[in-house]
Design a protein around this ligand. Structure first.
Ligand code: CA
Length: 246
């Protein structure tokens, strides 16, 4: 037992059963839901899982709706979508609905397990990290919080990881490859739409909190850069989050 809980939402027993067995053999505690309704009920009633593996093709509720509902009920859980290779539109909708990552079917168990381990390992290294400040932005990975000018910004787990990676290297160009490797632990041979969608969401949420979305510069054909405040040098370590508005 490694104590990590995984909720598997999959109606196809030919996938769900071997997948659950493999996860249990790796020490995870697995809960299985074969419908969207069952998954949403579990999300409300049961202990929050560390990670959800969500098949988008469910018999009762549209998988994207399930993703949205799970994201609302489980703000801290990692959600990984399982989807058919052909269903590109579903991937975009699923990520937009709050999923953190996706794996296309058919998938290799070894690859899937590596991806899950990477998602679940994240956070351990962050626990003792000092808060990072650039201008009015504060990213505190030990508390897994982000504020702009003292206003809390509610970010999804992978959005916060991405922002932290950019801010940690503020003023530097960070390649797409580095971001995919360091934030998703994935070498992306095909599309990197996950990354672009997370950057869009970050800009939108920072702007909504009164931040400057243009701080995240797109470097065409390379990656992204988080811009330093004019006249500053490195992100200052040690400055804390504003208090009092938890
Ligand atoms: Ca299915």
């Amino acid at each position: 037992m490694n104590g990590r809980q995984i909720l598997v939402v999959e109606d196809d027993a030919a996938i769900a059963v071997p997948l659950s067995r493999a996860l249990e053999a790796a020490g995870y505690e697995v809960t299985l839901a074969s419908t969207g309704t069952a998954a949403l009920d579990l999300a409300v009633d049961a202990v929050a899982p560390d990670l959800v593996l969500l098949d988008l093709g469910l018999p009762d509720v549209d998988g994207v709706e399930v993703a949205r509902g799970l994201r609302e009920a489980l703000p801290q859980s990692v959600i990984v979508i399982l989807t058919a290779r052909s269903a590109e539109v579903d991937v975009v909708l699923g990520l937009d609905a709050g999923a953190d990552d996706y794996v296309t079917k058919p998938f290799g168990l070894a690859e899937l397990m590596a991806r899950l381990r990477a998602h679940l390992r994240r956070g351990v290294a962050d626990e003792r990290a000092a808060p990072m400040t650039v201008g009015t932005l504060v990213v505190d990975m030990s508390a897994r919080r982000c504020q702009v000018g003292g206003t809390e910004v509610a970010l999804r787990p992978r959005e916060l990881d991405l922002l932290a990676e950019l801010v940690r290297r503020a003023g530097e160009a960070v390649s797409r490859d580095d971001l995919m490797t360091n934030v998703w632990d994935a070498h992306w041979y095909g599309s990197t739409k996950t990354l672009d969608m997370h950057v869009s969401a970050l800009r939108r949420k920072l702007a909504a909190a009164g931040g400057d979305p243009t701080r995240i510069t797109t470097l065409r054909g390379f990656g992204y850069r988080y811009e330093l405040e004019p006249g500053t040098d490195r992100p200052a370590a040690g400055a804390g989050l504003a208090t009092g508005d938890r």
